[in-house]
Design a protein around this ligand. Structure first.
Ligand SMILES: Cc1ncc(COP(=O)(O)O)c(C=O)c1O
Length: 278
């Protein structure tokens, strides 16, 4: 396992060690991953996020969020996991598993990582951005064993390391039980907030996936989504348009985060959204 400066940094390391070739990314999908892959000089192919991955022919890798599809919120079912692994083996491609928030499940135990099924076909990317803070810039990468030496060597020659004080700080937070406590508390808080968001928005929009993590995604016509987004902005809240996460996909709606606010702010934001959608 390698300590990284977050998911995007881990992705850069894997891409630098990987054979040339285009990379498929779920569509809609994580915009930072798309930018990172393009920044590494590779073309991005669109993988419809609502369908199983069955064909990766000609691609070097595929970037997936199996535990909680970002941003639709779907958990990748077991048959789809096996299909993605089979497609990767057939194409000799690597699966890049972004496991960004599996600590935050409310209904069931954390979803097991895809990487547990095949360590040679999957690079596992974890992050402290959700459990501690994105600005910590700390994550971890479990690359397939065949890439480990190349990634290690490149980091050594480029003096690329996660700052030592950040690593020490995280170790202290782990040892003192802070990370466990934050995750347990946050899980309780989000488990209570997720259904509140559902209760408020369900009369006006269709929930796209499983409520998990710190956001839920709502399908709506684009005009209604924009109306709600603009009303939220006027009230001082940022809500994202689902269409901003789409490349060829034509899904519209809102991605509503409920992590970085107080309960009172969440209620105020929901009232504004409901007022705009009613
Ligand atoms: C899908 C997804 N992956 C990963 C991350 C974390 O990225 P990083 O570790 O680079 O902050 C986030 C957001 O914080 C995310 O939404």
């Amino acid at each position: 396992m390698l300590v990284t400066n977050g998911t995007t940094d881990a992705l850069r390391h894997v891409l630098a060690a990987l054979a040339p070739g285009d990379v498929a990314v779920e569509d809609p999908g994580y915009r930072a991953a798309v930018e990172t892959i393009r920044g590494a000089g590779r073309r991005v192919h669109d993988l419809p996020a609502t369908e199983p991955v069955t064909d990766l022919a000609g691609l070097a890798a595929a970037y997936l969020t199996p535990a909680h599809q970002h941003p639709l919120g779907r958990v990748m079912p077991a048959p789809d996991r096996l299909a993605a692994l089979a497609a990767a083996r057939d194409a000799d491609a690597l699966l890049l598993e972004d496991d960004y928030d599996s600590e935050f499940r409310y209904d069931v135990a954390p979803v097991p990582a895809l990487a547990t099924l095949d360590r040679d076909r999957v690079a596992y990317l974890g992050t402290a951005s959700k459990s501690v803070a994105p600005s910590l810039r700390l994550g971890w990468l479990v690359p397939p064993p065949r890439l480990l030496a190349a990634i290690d060597e490149r980091r050594r020659v480029t003096h690329d390391a996660t700052p030592w004080p950040v690593q020490r700080a995280f170790v202290a937070l782990l040892r003192e039980g802070y990370v466990d406590k934050v995750v347990r508390t946050a899980r309780r808080v989000y488990a209570e907030r997720a259904p509140r968001v559902v209760a408020a928005l369900a009369p006006y929009a269709e929930l796209a996936g499983t409520p998990a993590g710190m956001y839920s995604t709502w399908l709506l016509p684009e005009a209604a989504a924009r109306r709600a987004r603009d009303a939220a902005a006027r009230a001082g809240f940022r809500v994202n348009l689902l269409s901003d996460y789409c490349r060829s996909a034509r899904l519209t709606g809102l991605v509503v985060g409920f992590g970085g606010v107080s309960d009172a702010e969440l209620d105020a934001a929901l009232a504004v959204l409901v007022g705009a959608l009613r």
